[in-house]
Structure formats: C-alpha cells, structure tokens
Design a protein. Sequence first.
Length: 274
Amino acid sequence: MTDLVVRRLLIDLETPFAARWNGGDAFRSAFFSALSMSFPVGEQFFIDSVREGLKKLPAEQQAQMAAEVKGFIGQEATHRRIHELFNKHLSNMGFDNRFAARAMQRIQKQAHLDTRMHLAATAATEHFTAVFADWMLRHPEALAGAEPRLQTLWLWHSAEEAEHRCTAFDLYQALGGDHERRLKVFRFVTVIFLSDILRQTVRNLWHDGSLFHLQTWRSGARLLFAKDGLLRGNTALWRDYLREDFHPSQHDASLSQAWLHDNTAQFTVVGQPA
C-alpha cells in the first residue's frame, strides 16, 4: 500500500504566459502543451476508473485500498484543475484542443466495457506518465528557459505521477485482471497515446507558425530521439510492462521522493491518509 498525500501547488497560474513558454523553443512548448491538453479528460477517466474499481472489490480489500484510492483521486483531481488553468491560457491564445475531443469520444464509446478494461487502460497510461515523469526529473534541461512557476508545475506533476504509479495497476490485479488483456490494452494505449500527442503537437506548431521550420524538428529530434531522449531513452522501461512479473514499484522513484522533499515551499498539504 502507498501513502498518497494531496498537495496544493503554490504558484500563480492567473498570469498568462507566451505561446513558446518553454524557453522560446517552439517544439518543446508545443509538445508539452499537447500533453497538458490531454490531462484533464484523461485524469477524470482515471478517477472514474479507480473509483469504480474500488467499489467492485470485496469489503475487506476495499478497506485495505480505500485510503490509497482516496489519495490517488485527490492527486489526480488537483492535476486536472491545474492543467485546466494552464490549458485556458492556451485556448486564449487560439490553440485548438482536438486531443481532448478525441479522447472524450473514445471514452464515451467504450463506457460499456468491463471495469477491468478501464483499469487496464488507466494502468497503461499511468505507466507512460510515470516513465515520462521520471525522465523529466532526470532531465530538467527539457524545461530550460521556462518561467520558474511553469518549471515547478511540470516537475511537481512529474513527482506525483511517480508517487501514485501503482494504484490502478494494483486494482486491476485485485479484480483478477489477466496478463494477456493487460498487454493488449497496453499496446492499444501506446499507439493511441503517441499518435494523439503527435497530432496535437503538429496542430500546435501549425498555429504557432513554426511547423515548417527546420529548427523546430531539430529540437523535436533532440527531445524525443537523442540517445537519452524522451522516447528513445525510455524504450527499456516501456518494455518492462510486457513482462508477466512486472509491477510499477520495480521502477525507481527516488527522484520523485527527492523533489517532493526538497521543494516543500512550493506546495501545502491539504489531505493525507488517515
């Protein structure tokens, strides 16, 4: 079991920021903005999935997992609210969030599926976000030149993603979710998640006017496909999920713990396990 603390981030998200908020870099700004555009809808889906999953557990297991699920929901609800504020500024600058619309249609279309399918999709996406989050904490240069408040936002989110990476996975296992279905959903989520991120990034670059600039794609290649880039550098961690004996706790979360320990001035604790 994991003790999950709910925190309120102490940063100003009322003040607007530039379209190329990430150090003036068009690709880095467009890519991370695309990620942010996905979060509110995705995090609500995660909340709904784990809440429903908890209800389906026997009473004894419900009692064992209730505090962790409450913390998970609190953290994800806070992420959703913060990124809604972030995305509002993007919308005010004319960026069109197609990612959220596609995700919502997909969720509605698949609402009838077994709760274990929803938990499998949540666990798969949480694996992605935990891997990406750890990479962000290892590579603060990905946010080089961004305003300190926005650096704090992304690193705080990264730290909490690593912190609650096990919850949906454990619920899926507790409900008898099998390895074959877990892998099938994971491969589906991989394709959908990466293709949606790319499509939204391209839309963002088009609106920014930098889609056809060579420097834009040089930056993208460095970010994603350098030897220790976000995608190329995490292939082994992605593959780990395919193992039958995999569990998210096998991945190191020390950078997350260190960031939360060293940055207590950036947040207040508003909820913690009983």
